[in-house]
Write a protein that binds this ligand. Structure first.
Ligand SMILES: Cc1cc2nc3c(=O)[nH]c(=O)nc-3n(C[C@H](O)[C@H](O)[C@H](O)COP(=O)(O)OP(=O)(O)OC[C@H]3O[C@@H](n4cnc5c(N)ncnc54)[C@H](O)[C@@H]3O)c2cc1C
Length: 567
């Protein structure tokens, strides 16, 4: 018979505790979200004070805030981010982006300009896919939007308490930082969220273990008895009432669950005059204009061409679509590079921001495949060499501020699951092209800098790197020149433009919504997300979108309850 040995028990308990801790840390289990379920479990009809369409970057903080005082329904067409290792781990950034399955959290699309792009389809929205860089809006953005600065700062802090971390710059990012300083992107502003000229380290939504935190984490702030979150709930249409109202008012939505069954949710009626509740569209820069058009608000001619009854002829819906161009240079490195996403930014006075990433799976990122026997021996050799060189590399990019060039969005059909057609008109305006050229010159300077010398092969001239990058970018642009070697920075900007995924517009403030984000011309309907932006805020938008969700939640609560406090 085995003798009872207490030390074994103690050891086993310690080990079990350790393993349990590891599992919790690495698999990112949903916090106890009793309010979250699949839409198949939802009743056919239900009533709420607020209905939010889109559980993304702005939608989650908005829902969490309103649920403190009201009954809120949050409808998200994607699933939960929790337990999805590709979302959680920084190292698998490219895996999510290249996941083309029908339930992928990343729905890819190609703009009419021929540039490959991605939109989120998951609770937490773009924060589940993005490069994590967290930084506040520029002061001009806040001023132009007419936002109350005190509430703006409190709302940023509310987000930061839960999900923003200071990144640890390692060897490659440090060399880029020092290179930026060497070429004059000064002063060095250290670690800050503020938008100030010079080089700075920003926040990140990846923690010290490189685990991603997302806008879905902000639902920790929710009142569980005030919130219902439905997953795989795709909204097909917003419903409006016209009888007995001075203006047409939104009063419900039709959505379908993952099994294709239809459900309806309505605003509850709490007074004789009707509901004081509202429907808020937070479906992102493609999803929000798409849903307004599907619901009868948009350019009349376009609606008629799709067979949609016109509720409000609103020519601005779908207009002002903009995507900040990103142009990059990929640099294979002779010294080991760390895996890093955006951690710092050079905020220049030349209309361009400089950011950098390293050590990711660039082969997957650029969609390269191992060459087959059909190619010639020379092309096979050269392709294999490039794949080899990308195993240890970094990429420095410039984001064009603004941009000045804008385009438009139209629907292909009436299916809300399909991507709309969007044209961004990259570099239509010469100012954007000049900004790109300015940015590329700064990147060239960083690559040639003394500080960066350990991370560039001595034989690699800037022109060699430009040629290599030019052949990596696989856009389907009709106007692309046939040249496979570098001609000029102007042509390079046009030929190698990719997205930094900061696209915005389609329901812009002052055109489709007022400064309180209310849709002009109808009652009880707001749009709160990136579709309302005229310019992209600061260097990167996610901080401002989460801030805006919280900010508007407080404003709407105070408006309805006659309160003035800001927490
Ligand atoms: C790869 C990538 C890298 C990026 N890197 C950074 C970065 O480092 N820093 C930064 O600040 N920003 C970054 N961004 C940009 C930033 O993440 C987005 O601008 C931001 O997340 C957009 O927020 P949103 O609230 O407007 O929309 P989203 O977050 O996209 O939310 C919209 C939500 O609505 C849902 N939805 C749409 N239609 C419907 C419907 N009909 N019914 C129900 N639900 C619907 C969608 O599934 C989605 O979850 C990046 C983005 C990407 C994709």
């Amino acid at each position: 018979m085995e003798v009872f040995e207490p030390w074994r028990l103690i050891l086993a308990a310690v080990l079990a505790g350790f393993l349990h801790f590891q599992v919790l840390c690495t698999s990112d289990v949903a916090p106890n979200y009793t309010f979250m379920q699949e839409a198949t479990k939802a009743p056919a009809v239900a009533y709420y004070d607020y209905i939010i369409i889109g559980g993304g970057t702005a939608g989650c903080p908005l829902a969490a805030t309103l649920s403190q005082n009201f009954r809120v329904l949050l409808l998200e067409r994607g699933g939960s981010p929790y337990g999805n290792q590709n979302i959680t781990n920084l190292a698998t950034f490219t895996n999510t982006l290249t996941d083309k399955s029908p339930t992928s959290p990343a729905q890819s699309f190609v703009s009419e300009d021929g540039v490959v792009n991605t939109r989120a389809r998951v609770l937490g929205g773009g924060t589940c896919l993005n490069a994590g860089f967290y930084t506040h809006a520029d002061p001009e953005f806040v001023q132009k939007a007419g936002l109350d600065l005190d509430l703006v700062n409190r709302s940023y802090r509310w987000v930061e308490k839960v999900m923003v971390f200071e990144p640890q710059l390692r060897q490659w990012q440090s060399a880029v930082r020092d290179g930026l300083l060497e070429v004059g992107v000064l002063p060095y502003n250290g670690y800050t969220f503020e938008h100030i000229y010079g080089t700075k380290v920003g926040g990140t939504i990846f923690d010290k273990d490189n685990h991603r935190h997302t806008a879905a984490d902000l639902l920790q702030y929710a009142n569980p008895s005030g919130l219902t979150v439905l997953l795989y709930a795709t909204v097909h249409r917003i419903l409006f009432k016209t009888k007995g109202q001075s203006k047409t008012a939104a009063h419900g939505v039709i959505f379908k669950d993952g099994a294709g069954n239809e459900h309806r949710a309505y605003l509850s009626k709490e007074t004789d005059k009707g509901s004081m509740g509202e429907i808020i569209v937070s479906a992102g820069a493609l999803g929000s204009p798409q849903l307004l058009i599907l619901s009868g608000i948009g350019p009349a001619q376009h609606l008629k061409s799709l067979g949609i009854k016109v509720l409000l002829d609103q020519p601005w819906v779908g207009q002002g679509m903009a995507d900040n161009p990103l142009n990059v240079i990929v640099v294979p490195s002779p010294s080991p590079v760390e895996i890093s996403l955006a951690q710092q930014v050079g905020i220049t006075r030349l209309g361009t921001y400089i950011e950098a990433i390293s050590g990711i799976d660039f082969v997957r990122f650029f969609g390269l495949t191992t060459p087959t026997n059909e190619t010639t021996p020379e092309t096979t050799k050269s392709a294999l060499e490039t794949i080899e060189r990308l195993q240890n590399a970094g990429m420095i990019g410039e984001k064009t501020i603004g941009p000045v060039s804008t385009g438009y969005l139209k629907l292909r059909n009436r299916n809300p699951d399909d991507n709309p057609m969007v044209t961004f008109n990259y570099f239509k305006e010469p100012e954007d092209l000049q900004r790109c050229i300015n940015g590329m010159k700064i990147i060239e300077g960083v690559i040639k800098s003394k500080a960066f010398s350990n991370f560039r092969y001595p034989n690699d001239t800037v022109e060699t790197l430009l040629n290599m990058t030019q052949n990596l970018v696989k856009n389907i642009q009709p106007q692309r020149s046939n040249a496979s070697t570098f001609e000029s920075l102007e042509q390079y900007c046009k030929d190698t433009v990719v997205t930094i995924w900061h696209y915005h517009g389609g329901c812009q403030v002052g055109r489709v919504v007022d400064h309180q984000y209310r849709v002009l011309g109808v009652d009880s309907l707001r749009v709160i997300d990136g579709s309302t932006f005229i310019d992209s805020p600061g260097t990167n938008p996610q901080a401002t979108l989460m801030m805006l969700g919280r900010y508007m939640g407080i404003k709407m609560r105070n408006e309805r309850l006659g309160r003035y406090d800001l927490d």
